[in-house]
Design a protein around this ligand. Structure first.
Ligand SMILES: Nc1nc2c(ncn2[C@@H]2O[C@H](COP(=O)(O)OP(=O)(O)OP(=O)(O)O)[C@@H](O)[C@H]2O)c(=O)[nH]1
Ligand SMILES: [Mg+2]
Length: 366
C-alpha cells in the first residue's frame, strides 16, 4: 500500500483515528488534504494538533545528511529568538542561504541594505558563514524574485530544504515561491499563527530538472512568548502590518510597559530617546517607575492585556538590569514580541516573563 501524505501539513493520511494527525473521514486514492488542513484553509480554523520538539533533532539531522541547499528562515521581527543557536551549530559547514522573512512589518522607511549589513554582522559575530542573505516578505511577495535567482544559482542541481523555528514563515515562503513562479494562485501548504503547523516534510516538485522544494516542521522556541500564552492573545502580539514605532523622550524615573509582558524602568542622568517596535495592537503604557509594581499587581489582564485575565497567574516574572554606555544606539529584544531601541546612557531595569529571553544588540534600524 502506498501511503498518501497531506499536501498541507505532510502528515500521512488515515481514516481511522479522528484525533490523530492526518485524519480524513474517507480516504480515497485522490485524497490530498487532511481534515485539519481543510478546516484551516476553508474556515480559518486554528490547528489543535501541532508538531512537537521531540522529533526535531531527527528533522534537522535528516536535512543535514542530504546533499541539498538549505534555506534557513528567520523572522526579522523576532530575529534574536529565531536565529537559533542550536540550529546554527547544526547548519555550520553546509550551503546555507539566510532568509529574514516578514519584512513587511518593518517601517517602510527602513533601509534594506543597512539591515542586510546588520544581519551579516550578527552572522560574523558567531562565525556563521552563509552563502547569501535575503530579506523578504512572503505575505506581500517582496523580494521573492531576488531569492528565486539566488536559489537557482546556488542549488547546483540539488533539492532545496527550508528549515527554521516554528512560525517564521517557511511554509508561507514556499507558497510565495510557488505563486510567483508557477500558475498556482492559492496557498498549497497550510500556514497558521500557531507554532507547529507543519507536521512532516512536504516535498514539492518545482525545478525543471525534477528537483524539489522541501518544507520541514519548525523548532518550537520554548522562550517565545506565544508558548506561554493562549491563541486569544496572539493577535495582539504578532505584528500583522507595518509597525508604527512609538517614540518617547525619557527622563530619570520614567518607565514604559509593553502591555503586561514587560516593563522597562530607566535610570539616567540625561534625557534619552526610546523607540518601541511592537505590534500596533500591543498596548504601550508610559508611567513613573514607582507605579510599575502597582500596575503589575492590579492591572494585569485588565488594562495591561496580554496576558489575558485567564493567563496572568501562569506567568512568573523576573527582573534584570542592563547597562547602556550611550556610545551606540542599542536594541533590547524580547523573544516573540518585538524590541525597544534606546539612544543614550542609562541603566534599564527590565521585568519580563521568566521563560522569555531578552537580548541586547546594536540597533537594527538607523
Ligand atoms: N506579516 C507577515 N506575516 C507572515 C509572513 N510570512 C508568514 N507570516 C505569518 O506567520 C505565521 C506563520 O507562518 P507559517 O508559514 O505557518 O510559518 P512556518 O515557519 O511554516 O511555521 P511551522 O509550520 O509552525 O514551523 C502565519 O500567521 C503567517 O501568516 C510575512 O512575510 N509577513
Ligand atoms: Mg510550516
Amino acid at each position: 500500500m502506498i501511503l498518501r501524505k497531506c499536501k498541507g501539513c505532510g502528515a500521512v493520511l488515515q481514516d481511522q483515528e479522528p484525533d490523530k494527525q492526518g485524519f480524513i473521514p474517507v480516504l480515497k486514492d485522490d485524497s490530498s488534504y487532511c481534515k485539519r488542513c481543510y478546516r484551516m484553509m476553508h474556515y480559518n480554523e486554528l490547528p489543535k494538533i501541532i508538531a512537537s520538539n521531540k522529533d526535531y533533532e531527527h528533522v534537522i539531522d535528516d536535512v543535514i545528511q542530504r546533499n541539498g541547499l538549505i534555506v534557513f528562515v528567520v523572522d526579522i521581527f523576532a530575529f534574536k529568538a529565531t536565529f537559533n543557536k542550536k540550529m546554527i551549530d547544526k547548519l555550520r559547514h553546509k550551503n546555507v542561504i539566510l532568509v529574514a522573512n516578514k519584512y513587511d512589518v518593518f517601517p517602510k522607511s527602513t533601509n534594506i541594505s543597512n539591515i542586510v549589513s546588520w544581519l551579516s554582522r550578527e552572522c560574523e559575530k558567531i562565525f556563521f558563514r552563509v552563502d547569501a542573505i535575503h530579506i523578504v516578505s512572503s505575505k506581500k511577495g517582496y523580494y521573492i524574485d531576488d531569492l528565486t535567482n539566488t536559489i537557482d544559482l546556488a542549488r547546483k542541481g540539488r533539492d532545496v530544504y527550508f528549515v527554521g523555528c516554528a512560525n517564521v514563515g517557511k511554509s508561507s515562503l514556499i507558497n510565495a515561491l510557488l505563486k510567483r513562479n508557477t500558475s498556482i494562485k492559492n496557498d498549497v501548504i497550510s500556514t497558521s499563527m500557531i507554532p507547529g503547523t507543519t507536521l512532516n516534510q512536504i516535498r514539492i516538485q518545482f525545478f525543471e530538472d525534477g528537483k524539489y522544494l522541501i518544507d520541514t516542521p519548525g523548532l518550537i522556541n520554548e522562550a517565545d512568548i506565544l508558548n506561554q500564552l493562549m491563541p486569544i492573545s496572539y493577535n495582539k502580539i504578532l505584528a500583522a502590518n507595518e509597525i508604527k514605532p512609538i517614540t518617547y523622550q525619557i527622563t530619570n524615573g520614567n518607565a514604559v510597559m509593553l502591555s503586561g509582558l514587560a516593563a522597562l524602568e530607566f535610570i539616567c542622568d540625561d534625557a534619552i530617546s526610546v523607540m518601541i517596535y511592537t505590534s500596533n495592537n500591543l498596548y504601550i503604557h508610559r508611567c513613573k517607575s514607582e507605579k510599575v509594581n502597582y500596575l503589575f499587581e492590579n492591572q494585569l489582564g485588565v488594562l495591561l492585556t496580554p496576558p489575558d485575565f485567564t493567563e496572568k497567574d501562569n506567568i512568573k516574572y523576573k527582573t534584570e538590569i542592563i547597562e547602556l554606555d550611550g556610545r551606540k544606539k542599542k536594541d533590547i529584544w524580547f523573544s516573540g514580541f518585538g524590541f525597544v531601541s534606546v539612544k543614550g546612557k542609562a541603566k534599564v531595569k527590565i521585568t519580563y516573563p521568566e521563560k522569555t529571553e531578552v537580548y541586547l544588540t546594536d540597533a537594527i534600524i538607523g
